[in-house]
Design a protein around this ligand. Sequence first.
Ligand SMILES: [Zn+2]
Length: 174
Amino acid sequence: MSDRKYKFSWDLIGDIELGRPNLGPMTRIEVYRLMQFVFRDVLESHYGTAQTDALFHEAGKLAGTAFYNKFCQGITDLNEFVRTLQEILRELGIGIMRVESADIEKGSFVITMSEDLDCSGLPELDYEVCVYDEGFIAGLMESFTGKKFKVKEVDCWCTGDRTCRFTAQAQETA
Ligand SMILES: [Zn+2]
């Protein structure tokens, strides 16, 4: 695909101040979730559940990478990276992030995200739904460390927890 119509760039987000002088930059979570869940529905009906999850994961990763490039570039210290992320995620209303454990040697992290955009307040299901966030965290961690990461949501609002908990594990090869 040489001729891409939709290759992501922050420029696509546009000039919100100019475009929404009265409504401003905020919308409601229902709108975000509406879009996310109709995408899931349509993608699943065309491509199946596994492929839909894989696409959401991949999109989340692209978002995490773009987010890193916009907000976190040049940071080399892990604590500063985490602090910066926490501030921006909160400021943008994405969620309240905490790092529960970090083993830099082993490349093992446990990260929680409370009051997140994707699942906080959803009805209880018997599966985790934050596959986009798994990708998002993977994109951030990979950009920061230069290593490949496997990120898995282990607790979710949808499985009865009140926060989403993710394990992030660096993979052997970069
Ligand atoms: Zn979740």
